[in-house]
Design a binder for this molecule. Structure first.
Ligand SMILES: *Cc1c(COP(=O)(O)O)cnc(C)c1O
Length: 219
């Protein structure tokens, strides 16, 4: 079976959503996938989103999935559908500021540090609770907190990865129980190599690139 059909079937069966991660792939390749009916695309660099966006259909929903610098927020604020990579209060404040200027409410996820190996970005649980308290107190009115995002260790050790997904799901459930935030419904976890495991562990949004497009060329 065709890989896109196969992936979308698994994701639908799990009532989850697909973000097609198109970083490093050309607009032509992205358009081919778009023509298969997919509309949600994720990129990790601001400059790359801006360049591609102008060349591609306007009904694409762009998700920012990579580490974001404060000075770049204003460039994506007008159109971005969701920011998965909120990894500090500073960046959240900047998103609030830019969203307010243009009278938008921007969907965001807090990126959690769950990997036991590598990965530079992500909030600790303590940092997360501090931010949640401020959101709860109404300090970020132009932000719509939709959920959490996490990246598991890049490892063949399935039980390690599974444990990391489980811990993120546990935190996600605790947030729901404590705050009952409105529209808090998104747990973004799982990539090409581990999305089925992530879905088993309760993911509601998977971010898949190379499994759809083929091996990435970073040059
Ligand atoms: C690149 C990337 C992905 C997708 O990776 P694949 O292994 O190609 O599916 C998912 N999430 C983030 C944050 C990424 O940077």
């Amino acid at each position: 079976m065709d890989i896109i059909n196969k992936i979308t079937k698994i994701i639908e069966d799990n009532h989850a959503q697909l973000v097609v991660v198109s970083k490093t792939y050309s607009p032509e390749r992205i358009l081919e996938v778009y023509q298969r009916g997919l509309r949600v695309f994720g990129e990790n660099k601001v400059q790359e989103i801006l360049e591609k966006k102008d060349l591609l259909p306007s009904d694409i929903q762009w998700h920012m999935i990579g580490h974001l610098q404060s000075n770049k927020v204003k460039l994506i604020a007008p159109f971005i559908s969701m920011i998965h990579s909120v990894d500090s209060e500073k960046i959240l404040s900047e998103i609030q500021k830019q969203a307010k200027k243009i009278q938008r409410r921007i969907d965001v996820l807090l990126q959690m540090y769950i990997a036991t190996e590598e990965t530079k970005y992500g909030l600790s649980e303590d940092e997360m609770w501090l931010i949640l308290e401020k959101i709860h107190l109404g300090k970020f009115p132009n932000i719509q907190l939709r959920g959490l995002m996490g990246m598991a260790s890049f490892s063949d050790n399935l039980s390690l990865v599974k444990g990391e997904f489980k811990s993120l799901k546990t935190i996600y459930d605790e947030v729901i129980e404590r705050y009952h935030f409105e529209n808090f419904d998104t747990l973004s976890m799982g990539m090409s190599g581990d999305f089925e495991l992530a879905l088993e562990e309760g993911s509601s949004m998977v971010r898949i690139g190379s499994l759809i497009f083929g091996k990435r060329n970073y040059s």
